[in-house]
Ligand binder design. Structure first.
Ligand code: AOF
Ligand code: ZN
Length: 355
């Protein structure tokens, strides 16, 4: 199953809104096939695992065991159901880590296999499996993208100085934040951040993909020359009223929303409809605070440098449980999980164990 997890991560950045999934076929203690879901819309991990079996080993399939990090699907999505493949290839035993919370699957994949005589064990390394599929399962269960907050603060707790760009964290932290950009389907900043920092919001310093860039800009104060509109990938400007004439590149779309207390809910709903399964919120402070206040976040990445600013915009307080802490040069990186997210992940692990 650990091999399945490693294989699954090979698809990181390319599978959204699908999960990363890995599968391994074992016969008599020997791996005869393995595969992963490499890209959204392409074949599933199980299919790749079966395809990878050498011609001389194919007759072993009816005597082998399939390990898979997520419950095999039983629906005709963009590809045929994996349960059908397993039955067709007469694979007698399947070991699953966690259930797929997609409404039409959620235990039915396991049930179909069992009803057709396949021996199925669920909950194998369930805690790790639940973490691997947390983005997909949060997206389908909560009907909103999985949300991560990310910001850098000075040693004395400031995120910046109003109206001026200050670089707080170091180049290693910057590279890690680009790695995060590969993991998320969308990235969001507000007007002030776009105006003072003029960020590109793309992923230049890591492998993989660039998220959809989202700018919250009520009054369209950010000029069409801003870097984020011209960097790779597409962007969405959330505003009160769309511009009449536009010199923006074709990759820029506008979304009109009312800027009231329901703005974030409406935005998240819109992203969910667009199949955007995860969102990285990079600031500024006011926007981060709104997500925190509304309990609309799952994980947070806080980079703290040794620099002191002596004043400025206070960094938000993130009321989560620290799950990881490490240093990158002189920066300290903390990863926090929201209470809800921790409970959800444990619940998935527990329910998966009972099948
Ligand atoms: C699997 N194995 O490798 C993946 C699964 O639209 P589709 O055809 O890609 O199917 C979407 C469904 O498949 C949905 O339930 C999603 O969670 C699951 N992803 N399932 O058996 C895989 N990537
Ligand atoms: Zn499948």
């Amino acid at each position: 199953m650990r091999r399945c997890f490693d294989l699954a991560r090979m698809g990181e950045g390319f599978t959204a809104p699908n999960p990363m999934v890995g599968a391994v076929l074992v016969h008599d203690g020997r791996i005869i096939g393995e595969g992963f879901h490499a890209r959204y819309g392409e074949v599933h991990a199980e299919v790749n695992a079966v395809r990878s079996v050498k011609p001389e080993d194919r007759q072993l399939l009816p005597h082998s065991t399939l390990y898979v990090s997520l419950e095999p699907c039983c629906i005709h999505g963009r590809t045929p159901p994996c349960t059908s493949l397993i039955l067709q290839k007469k694979i007698p035993e399947v070991l699953v880590s966690v259930l797929d919370y997609t409404a039409e699957v959620k235990g039915r994949g396991v049930e179909i296999l069992r009803n057709n005589g396949v021996k199925v064990t669920t909950g194998v390394l369930a805690e790790e499996g639940a973490e691997l599929s947390i983005i997909r399962n949060t997206f389908v269960a909560k009907r909103r993208p999985y949300i991560a907050l990310k910001f850098a603060q000075s040693a004395d707790g400031f995120m910046g100085v109003p109206g001026r760009q200050v670089w707080i964290s170091n180049k290693y932290s910057k590279r890690l934040s680009h790695k995060l950009r590969n993991r998320f389907a969308a990235i969001l900043v507000g007007t002030n951040t776009a105006l003072t920092d003029d960020p590109s919001l793309d992923n230049r310093l890591w492998y993989g993909s660039t998220p959809v860039k989202i700018l919250l800009d009520r009054k369209l104060k950010v000029p069409d020359s801003a870097k984020l509109f011209h960097s790779p990938g597409s962007s969405i400007v959330v505003c009160e009223a769309k511009p009449n004439t536009t010199d923006y590149p074709d990759t820029v779309a506008f979304l009109e929303l009312a800027f009231d207390e329901h703005l974030l809910d409406r935005l998240l709903e819109h992203l969910a409809v667009k199949n955007i399964s995860s969102l990285l919120v990079e600031g500024g402070a006011k926007i981060l605070e709104q997500f925190i206040k509304r309990d609309l976040w799952d994980e947070a990445w806080v980079f703290t440098s040794e620099k002191r600013l002596g004043g400025g915009i206070p960094a938000p307080f993130v009321p989560g449980t620290e799950v990881q802490q490490f240093h990158l040069g002189n920066d300290r990186v903390e990863v926090l999980h929201a209470i809800d997210r921790r409970e959800f992940s444990s619940k998935i692990a527990m329910l998966s164990a009972t099948g």
